[in-house]
Each structure stands twice: as C-alpha cells, then as structure tokens.
Design a protein around this ligand. Sequence first.
Ligand code: NVA
Length: 318
Amino acid sequence: MSLRHFLADDDLTSAEQREVLLLALATKAARHAFRPLAGPQAVAIIFDKPTLRTQASFTAGVAELGGYPMLVDGKLAQVGVRESVPDVARVLGRMTSAIVWRTFGQDRIEEMAAHAGVPVVNALTDDYHPCQILADLLTIAEHTGGLSASGPALAGRSFAYVGDGANNMANSYLLGGAVAGLDVRIGAPADYHPHADIVARATAIARESGGSVTVTTDPVEAVRGADAVATDTWVSMGQEAESEAREAPFRAYQLNDDLLGQAAPSAIAMHCLPAYRGKEITDEVIEGPRSVVWDEAENRLHAQKAILAWLLERLVQQ
Ligand code: NVA
C-alpha cells in the first residue's frame, strides 16, 4: 500500500502501534516459523555509534525473518562524509528491502528516508530510540496484564522514567508512551527536562489516546505508584566529554531500592542497557526481583522483527 518509515515513535498511530506489538507477541511465540522475507532479501544495517543489543537483535532478527542481514560498516561507509546521505540512500535502496541506521542527527535519518525508496528504521539517533520503546512497551505488557483488548496498547497503566529527561530515551518514552495510552511521568533535573516541543507533541497525542504526560523535577512524584520505572545512562553516546559535569545534577535521580519503593508494590524496574551500576541504577535494583532488563533486551529482537515485517508488508501491498 505505501512506503512507511519508523523514524520516531509517533510515526505509528495508537492502532498501528498496537498492531505491531501484537505481531511482536505472535512472532515471539512462533519464533523461527515466521519467515516473511525471501532468502536473499537484504536489509542494510549501519552503525555510526557503538552497539551491542541493536546489532545483535537486528542481525539475528533479519535472519530469523528469512532475509539477509547486510552489515554496512559505518566507519568504512562514512555516510555524509565520503558520500552524501541521499547518494548512500539511493544506492542502498537499490540493493536492499529496508535500511536500519543508528546515527547522530535526526535530520540525517530523515534525509535517508526521503531518498531510499525502501523503509528506513531508526536504530537510535540523538533524538529518539523508537525500537527500544517498542521492546519496552512489549515488556510492560507482558509483566502488567498484557496488551489492552482494544484501543491504545497499554491504556490505564503508568510508567515513570527518572534521570536525563533531555535524551533520546526520554523523548521516545514520552512519544511512544503517549501513543500507547500510558500515564507517562518524567522525573529529571530542571536543566535536563525534555524540550518543550516534545512535551507538547506527547501531550497532544495523550489527549487522543487517553494517556497523560507529567514532567517534574521531583523523582518521588514521578515514581509514586507507577507500574513500571525506568532509567538510562546519564551520559549518552556522544556526550562523553560531559561525564563529570553530569554526575552531580543526576545523583538524586538514581534508581535505587528507596526510589523503587515509592512505585506500585508490583512495579517492574527497567533499563535499556548498557547500565552504569552505582550511577543511574544500583546493583540491587538491576539484579533484584523486580528487574526485567533481560526481558527488555530479548524483546528488542521480537519488536524489531515485528516493525520490519509490518513495514515490508505495507510496501509489498503497494
Ligand atoms: N541514551 C543512550 C541510550 C543507549 C541505548 C545513548 O544514546 O547512549
């Protein structure tokens, strides 16, 4: 029917996000039996930043779907340096069925999508990490009563994120969580609050989905009674020079047993990994009984298989 991309969390409507999450649950159950791609069908996978889970889950995922995971070395390709983004997009678009890219600016992946002629999937940019949020929504569903029978995927459940409110994870939780109908709370230092545009976009989506959006400097207010609590590194890839300066402002936002104790008694603790124990999360929490971080990591595979299959199905129907 149409060429669609997954560049930001709100590229999917609430109904579409629910469809993708349902497909992810089905692919997880069927695992190797779901093979919508034809053997040689290649998916280009490019990294301009470090990776473990994303490379592993996309390569395994494309192989499990029946296709060929074509790793394109970001250091060799030097997208936008050696060749312009549109030129790379047009070349890879002629050879592959989809392009998965982890890069810096959101403008770069938007440019790739504008010229590729095949679906483009955001495998993390400075602004968003939408594949991680799909995996996290799947994980929340599995641990808090499943996907809603109709309407937004996680209607009626609450989710808190504490830490860097201005990074890609916070942006994606706001947008993807609002699409899912979640009550999304962000607890972050005032200097690290999400950009007003993102909050406005998430609030507008939440108005439609029945969710809600709260941004506060008070970590306890954010976490109180939440069904799921997440954090992320205080120093995202590309911000390494700010490591020291970022330590003090975030200390009060550490996800530890005390803070987790403010959440619902059955609350789950989440982290997209890699985790810096003793910084944004304690060893007790990540290794504790409420931690679902390994489920989250595994769900990257299932969520990404689902979004790729969903995008390619739409293209085939064109
Ligand atoms: N905010 C982190 C997420 C890592 C998966 C980063 O961008 O480095």
